[in-house]
Design a protein around this ligand. Sequence first.
Ligand SMILES: *Cc1c(COP(=O)(O)O)cnc(C)c1O
Length: 423
Amino acid sequence: MKKPFTTKEKLEEIAREIPTPFHIYDEKGIRENAQAVKEAFSWNKGFREYFAVKATPNPYLINILKEYDCGCDCSSMTELMLSGAMGFDGDHIMFSSNDTPLEEYREADKLGAIINLDDFTGIEDLEESLGYIPKRICCRYNPGGLFALSNGIMDNPGDSKYGMTTDQLFSAFRILKEKGVEEFGIHAFLASNTVTNEYYPKLSEVLFKLAVQLQNVTGAKITFINLSGGVGIPYKPWEEPNDIRVIGEGVRKVYEKVLVPAGMGDVALYTEMGRFMMGPYGALVTRAIHEKHIYKEYIGVDACAVNLMRPAMYGAYHHITVMGKEDAPCDHKYDVVGSLCENNDKFAIDRMLPEIEKGDLLFIHDTGAHGFSMGYNYNGKLWSAEVLLKEDGSFQMIRRPETPKDYFATLDFSPEYRKMFGE
Ligand SMILES: *Cc1c(COP(=O)(O)O)cnc(C)c1O
């Protein structure tokens, strides 16, 4: 069973200072996992995890990962700005963007970041925006077709907008080499939220073989291979969690089989995990404020899909614990809903839970990645606070809740609106 990483008493204590809903993060869990990731790949001399900033763009949390030598994986101007402001040097910033505005290449290059080209036309864009090509470049690969794993997980790279075809990749390497690139990398992201230890090893086989070919055919010097993100977490309590040690060992076997015999035993491995680094160590805490009995039983909570979009967007399952009722029988069937004027604003549908009373705190699990960060302002709803539960049991607000003033701030250019709000 999934257990919350904190207690009802602690959450009530926090809620006296910081209004629900809020996202809470578990420092201890983040640290233990970051350490395990580091150890699982310690056999590779240049290994580095670049945390996918979009998953949880909070500097307090990213600073914890920084202690484990993680870098940042960015894909927008503000993500680059945040990474730069946090003091990450270029070696610790990966710019894996797509459909990239030219000024973002300039910002990335100013920071000395590793630029990962999503498309062949990126070569021209780089020359236009920078006036030159950096000495170190990564190219993103899309093999097309289907990518299937033995447990039935499947994704469809042929249908995805990312990366270059095989032919484009070989041409890009030739051209970039002619233009003076000295260090090359390749990158691919072929399946999302893979709850299996098999994904990285299988992806490694594809990328390592490709790297050997690229180096042999084009003479380009490949210094790193970026396995990107996609390592999954068990959102459902009955799923078996990934074991990062088994994953690291699986990748090592492929590395020794493919890269070492090709004389490429010095290639550094990079990852860009977001979900696996943070997902399980965050939760959305919300209070039941209504019950409604019509054709179904509804529990209305004070959070809504703007605080956690995954269920509404993908029908994603997020486990719910009713705090203080951990051991009560799950003998009530509820739709747990928010207040948006959208009928998909449901955190759970037909979920068996203990009887919920008004005032109960609900702990919605696994919101540490792609949770808060996917938020929005529909229906004029405001962004929630984020709270860090520290290792010593104390807590710290790491983002304040948005206020109506913040919400209206982008109208502040207009004298009429300033008058309306009496400013
Ligand atoms: C979203 C993303 C990631 C992180 O993906 P997770 O599923 O959170 O591990 C890594 N790299 C790129 C380029 C991405 O777009």
